[in-house]
Design a protein around this ligand. Structure first.
Ligand SMILES: C[S@@+](CC[C@H](N)C(=O)[O-])C[C@H]1O[C@@H](n2cnc3c(N)ncnc32)[C@H](O)[C@@H]1O
Ligand code: SF4
Length: 291
């Protein structure tokens, strides 16, 4: 019962957090991932109409979404959240389908504050430039990140040029000198091209999610685990769908776990014609399934 209430409160937090990120961006306030309580409240109270519209689902903002371009990767990290270490059929997702899916999603929402392009390894994706340039032109998208593992440099000159725009940021995951072996050269390349980047070290942030055996946890316990997951707002998008959880999305793709109907939303136009998608997204994103 307690966890069910927490899930509902989580949904309201999700709505307000997403709106605050968008409002901060519009006010040129660089909050990145942290914001003080005072500033948070100030932003909401100085925009009461947008706050009410957001709570009612009329102004639909997404704080953060991951776009999975590929499951091809230069590494096979044990315990990878995208389950690349379990994937023997790595593939690139169809670029036209990715752009069509994003187009339809963007018609339904007011803003997406931050989209991250990842995989697998996004620098392996042959159509990275095409996806980047599509997103670059979208006024509803505020920030575009590319998360890379530090094993590759950027070969495509068009990608390098576009990345110079302030809308972009590169996130380098650093897995140690011997693994992220091109990290120093990549950093140098980004600096020379005046491209914003952040370096993340694996360290204690690496989570062991365990295996895929059924653990027979109670529904109450599952709710609690979900509300405490640091990645619960990741919202991975691939294969025309937006999922609640990266691990369950890739787990079901690989046939390791069943895909339940309430764990994803099919973003295709055939499924939700324009106009209907906004309402469904609001339900999917901010009112988690409670049985
Ligand atoms: C799935 S990776 C894809 C991008 C790229 N290949 C990389 O490793 O940076 C996206 C992000 O998820 C993080 N990640 C993957 N598995 C994780 C885990 N088990 N615990 C914590 N972070 C994880 C990675 O460090 C990376 O920052
Ligand atoms: S580099 Fe990234 S995508 Fe590749 S296996 Fe490691 S965490 Fe997963």
């Amino acid at each position: 019962m307690k966890s069910k209430i927490k899930l509902r409160i989580d949904g309201i937090h999700g709505i307000l957090n997403s709106l605050v990120k968008v409002l901060a961006f519009e006010s040129n306030i660089d909050i990145d991932r942290h914001i003080s309580k005072g500033l948070y409240m100030k932003l909401l109270f100085s925009n009461p109409i947008r706050t009410i519209k957001a709570l009612a689902g009329k102004d639909l903002n997404i704080g953060y979404a991951d776009v999975v371009l590929t499951t091809v990767c230069t590494l096979k990290c044990k315990g990878c959240g995208a389950l690349i270490d379990h994937n023997n059929n790595q593939c690139h997702y169809n670029v036209n389908k990715i752009i069509e899916t994003l187009q339809h999603l963007l018609e339904a929402v007011s803003h997406i504050n931050r989209i991250h392009l990842l995989g697998g390894e996004p620098l392996c994706y042959p159509y990275l430039y095409e996806v980047m340039s599509f997103l670059y032109k979208q006024e509803k998208v505020n920030i575009i990140g590319i998360t890379t593992n530090g094993t590759l440099m950027i070969k495509d000159k068009r990608v390098l040029k576009l990345l110079r725009d302030k809308k972009f940021q590169v996130d380098i995951s650093y897995y140690g000198e011997s693994v992220s072996r091109k990290q120093t050269e990549l950093k140098q390349q980004l600096e020379e091209n005046h491209i914003k980047y952040i370096l993340h070290t694996k360290g204690s942030n690496w989570i062991d999610f365990g295996g895929f055996n059924r653990r027979n946890k109670s529904v109450e316990k599952l709710y609690r685990i979900f509300t405490e997951c640091p990645f619960k707002w990741c919202r991975p998008i691939f294969d025309g769908k937006m999922f609640r959880c990266t691990r369950s999305a890739h787990g079901s793709e690989l046939g390791l776990i069943p895909l339940e109907a309430d764990e994803y939303i099919d973003l295709s136009r055939d499924n939700y014609p324009s106009g209907k998608l906004r309402k469904e997204l609001y339900r999917f994103l901010y009112t988690p399934p409670i049985t």
